[in-house]
Design a protein around this ligand. Structure first.
Ligand code: UDP
Ligand code: MG
Length: 315
């Protein structure tokens, strides 16, 4: 049986791109059906509290063709991740497969074909869209983005390299995702936790064809911090390490003080003060680290994440 496909597109101040995006997506929807990849396709635009007439455009698209276009309007701007989540939540009620993508079509929509092939023929439940290269991004955007992925990994948030939020989720995977009931949901990280059979599809990322990026550096940094703090307790664990390093420095001063004492180069008072300052500092930092370990545990508990997700059951 062919799947009912929903394409979820979060939109924030996208009046410049929506007319073209909707046209291209409608064509794509038709070809997916005619080529036998989908039973039906619906495109769900999620208006994330736009200040321009994005929602009016979505409404008129729905009026023109309610078979294909549908819309969801958030009460105010809640950010890309929440808009996406709202769309996935709604789409999971109706769709067999949900594809999320940005409104500016920087992500090549033809990759959808391969995503659906992997879903239909190989039984993949999560298909990640991964960028081939970042030829069209500016050097600045490219290096900050690369830094972002490296830093995230270092901080213990395991995310798929060069994969943004362009992906296919099966109904089951989407429902499993929604079981992660934490308020600060970092989708890119959580999707990898969901599991199930998954694969990657590679595509070239183009340039935004109109309008400007809604992710300036400020928002990217906020996003990275949000991702780390809502995903990893590594920063808390690092405190203990820093404390031990400080205590070790105290030890070095102690050795130096002893050596100086026997070689007759000792300054009165100075070595003992340095030793105490670093040692007390180290002990205090280790203590904070221990508290951090407990806070990390509480933090984990408070997320109420599912402890397991069942894939298959025989019997
Ligand atoms: N977006 C959103 N809410 C926001 C910011 C962005 O829904 O607060 C949407 C935006 O409309 C677009 C997607 O998120 O569909 C990605 O944004 P953008 O293309 O500006 O980011 P970039 O590609 O520059 O990283
Ligand atoms: Mg973009």
């Amino acid at each position: 049986m062919l799947p009912v496909v929903y394409i979820v597109v979060p939109c924030y101040n996208e009046k410049e791109v929506l007319p073209e995006t909707s046209k291209r997506l409608a064509e794509k929807a038709e070809s997916l059906i005619s080529e036998g990849r989908a039973e039906s396709v619906r495109i769900m635009f999620v208006n994330d509290g736009s200040k321009d007439n994005t929602w009016e455009i979505i409404c008129s698209l729905h009026e023109e063709n309610s078979e294909i276009f549908t819309g969801l309007c958030l009460s105010r701007n809640r950010g890309h991740q929440n808009a996406l989540l709202a769309g996935i939540t709604e789409a999971a009620k109706h769709a067999d497969a949900i594809i999320s993508m940005d409104a500016d079509l920087q992500d090549d929509i033809n990759a959808v074909d391969e995503m659906l092939d992997k879903y239909n023929n190989e039984g993949c439940e999560v298909v990640y869209g991964v960028r081939n290269a970042r030829k069209t991004d500016t050097f600045f955007k490219r290096s900050t983005a690369r830094g972002f992925y490296r830093f995230m990994k270092l901080m213990g948030a395991d995310i798929v390299y060069d994969h943004a939020d362009y992906r296919l989720l099966s109904k089951r995977a989407a429902q499993a995702l929604l079981e992660f009931s934490e308020v600060n949901l970092f989708l890119r990280g959580v999707v990898t936790l969901v599991g199930f059979k998954s694969d990657k599809v590679y595509y070239d990322r183009g340039e935004r064809f109109a309008g400007e990026s809604k992710y300036p550096l400020k928002k990217m940094i906020a996003f990275a911090i949000d991702g780390i703090t809502s995903f990893s307790v590594k920063p808390l664990k690092m405190i203990t390490g820093v404390g031990f390093i400080m205590a070790f420095i105290a030890l070095i001063f102690l050795v130096k003080a002893i050596v100086d004492h026997y070689t007759g180069n000792a300054d009165a008072g100075w070595p003992s003060i340095m030793c105490s300052v670093w040692f007390i500092g180290g002990v205090q930092t280790v203590c904070i680290g221990i508290i951090g370990e407990y806070i990390g545990k509480i933090y984990g508990e408070s997320k109420h994440r599912p402890r397991f997700i069942i894939d298959k059951y025989l019997g």
